[in-house]
Design a protein around this ligand. Structure first.
Ligand code: ZN
Length: 154
């Protein structure tokens, strides 16, 4: 009964997304901007699976000399050094990664950045939809009905 369970899972997920979407705004906006933002939001949500192996920060290949006078690096560019720079609890970390791991690590860093950008864009869309909804609501309702207008959202 795996396919049936799968269909139930998909239906449940769609229901949750629909419910979440309906709950997120007290006054869902309408119009072409809202349609465009919702379309982009659906696209982002569809591709927004959490990449479990993703890495934060950035990956850079650099070269360092080891300082030994008889090493070949004393004459050349230095030994290849791969650095992963990332933040944890507001503190910057710089960790070396074996240079021959770089091709394997780079896609994980790119997946992390793509995910982070998509989440940031999704939240920005939610904020834009919130502002659109607020503006449309205040155009529809007389000012006397909304005394908290000046103390509300920016
Ligand atoms: Zn060296």
């Amino acid at each position: 009964m795996k396919p049936k369970t799968c269909v139930h899972g998909i239906v449940f997920t769609l229901f949750c997304l629909y419910y979440y979407y309906q709950m997120i705004l007290p006054h869902p906006p309408s119009g072409p901007d809202a349609v465009r933002l919702r379309r982009r939001k659906r696209l982002l949500l569809a591709k927004l699976g959490i990449p479990a192996g993703a890495l934060p920060g950035s990956l850079v290949l650099t070269h360092r000399r080891c300082g030994k006078a008889n090493c070949h690096c004393a004459e050349g560019a230095g030994h290849p050094l791969c650095l992963l720079t990332f933040m944890v609890d507001g503190k910057k970390h710089v960790e070396s990664v074996p240079a021959d791991w770089m091709d394997a690590v780079r896609p994980a860093v790119e997946a992390g950045r793509t995910f982070k950008d998509a989440v940031a864009e999704l939240f920005a869309i939610n904020a834009q939809l919130l502002v659109l909804g607020r503006n449309q609501r205040s155009r529809l309702r007389p000012r006397s009905d909304s005394p908290s207008r000046s103390g509300g959202l920016p």
